[in-house]
Design a protein around this ligand. Structure first.
Ligand code: AMP
Length: 274
C-alpha cells in the first residue's frame, strides 16, 4: 500500500482516505462519498485494531464481513481497500506507541484505558502507510475526532483531517457496526440515547442553560430502560472536552450507555437541531 501510494503521489494524484473497522453501514458510506468527491483516488482501510480494545472488550466478537464490505466499497467508487492482518501491523517485537495526553484521559478514555493510545497509534501508522492528502472521520466518535485533530497538529502530520456529521437510522439511532449486537428489545431501548438528546435540545431551545438540569433530563430518560446502564453523560466544551456548568453554542452533550452487553455512544451540539 505504501509503495503504491508513493507511486501514485509521484504521478501527481491526490488521495483521500477513510479508516474504518469494517462491517460498513451508511455512516461509513457518507464518509466514502464525500472522500470520493475530494480527490482522484479513494483508499478505504478495514482493520479491527487489537490495540484499541481492552481486555474483556468485544475484539473477538466485533462483526466482520470483508466480502460484503468489498461490494459496498466498489459501489461508492473506492479504488483501494487496505485490509492488513494484525500481524502485518504489529509484528513480533513491535514496541512503539503514540500517546496524546489530556483529551484522551476523560470520557471514553476514562472508561476504556489505553483505547485512545491504540487509536492514535494505528491512525499514525495508517497515515504513514496510505500517505493521504485528506482523511475523513465521523463526528459520531466525537472524542476520537478531537484526539486525531490534536495529534495530527501536534505531530505535523501532512494530512487534512475532516469531520462529517453523524448518520442516523430513520428513528434517530446513530448508525454503528455494534448495533448488530442488539436484540429487538435492546434496539427499542437504545432509542433512549436519541430521546435524551432531543429532550436536551428542546430544553435549550426553551431557554434552559444549566448543564446539571439538562443532564438530569437525559439521566431520567435513560433510567426508564431496564437494560440501560449509563457509562457517562456529560456536557463539555467542544474543544477541550472539559465539563461546563452553563451551556453555550460551543457545548456538546456526550453519552456512552450500555444496553445489555453493547456499549453505544452518541453526541450532539446543544444549539443544533436534531
Ligand atoms: P468504525 O468502523 O466504527 O471505526 O468507524 C469508522 C469511521 O466511520 C469513524 O470515523 C467513525 O466516526 C465513522 N462513523 C461510524 N459511524 C458513523 C455514523 N453513524 N455517522 C457518521 N460517521 C460514522
Amino acid at each position: 500500500m505504501q509503495h503504491r501510494s508513493q507511486l501514485l503521489r509521484r504521478e501527481g494524484r491526490t488521495l483521500a482516505f477513510v479508516p474504518t473497522m469494517g462491517f460498513l453501514h451508511e455512516g461509513h458510506l457518507s464518509l466514502l462519498r464525500e472522500a470520493r468527491s475530494r480527490s482522484d483516488l479513494l483508499v478505504l482501510s478495514i482493520f479491527v485494531n487489537p490495540t484499541q480494545f481492552g481486555a474483556g472488550e468485544d475484539f473477538d466478537a466485533y462483526p466482520r464481513d470483508l466480502s460484503h464490505d468489498a461490494v459496498m466499497a466498489e459501489d461508492v467508487g473506492v479504488d483501494f481497500i487496505f485490509a492488513p492482518s494484525a500481524n502485518a501491523m504489529y509484528p513480533s517485537g513491535y514496541a512503539t506507541f503514540v500517546d496524546t495526553k489530556g483529551l484522551t484521559k476523560v470520557l471514553c478514555g476514562a472508561s476504556r484505558p489505553g483505547h485512545f493510545q491504540g487509536v492514535t497509534t494505528v491512525v499514525t501508522k495508517l497515515f504513514n502507510i496510505v500517505q493521504p492528502d485528506v482523511a475523513l472521520f465521523g463526528r459520531k466518535d466525537f472524542q476520537q475526532l478531537a484526539v486525531i485533530e490534536r495529534m495530527t497538529a501536534d505531530l505535523n502530520l501532512p494530512v487534512d483531517v475532516v469531520g462529517l456529521p453523524i448518520v442516523r437510522e430513520g428513528d434517530g439511532l446513530a448508525m454503528s457496526s455494534r448495533n448488530a449486537f442488539l436484540s429487538a428489545e435492546e434496539r427499542r431501548q437504545a432509542l433512549c440515547l436519541i430521546d435524551g438528546i432531543r429532550l436536551v435540545v428542546a430544553a435549550v431551545r426553551e431557554g434552559e442553560r444549566d448543564a446539571g438540569q439538562l443532564l438530569e433530563l437525559v439521566g431520567e430518560r435513560i433510567a426508564r430502560e431496564p437494560d440501560a446502564v449509563i457509562d457517562y453523560i456529560r456536557i463539555c466544551r467542544r474543544d477541550t472536552l472539559e465539563d461546563v456548568d452553563t451551556v453555550d453554542a460551543d457545548s456538546v452533550l456526550l453519552l456512552a450507555v450500555r444496553i445489555g452487553k453493547t456499549r453505544l455512544i452518541d453526541n450532539h451540539m446543544l444549539f443544533e437541531e436534531v
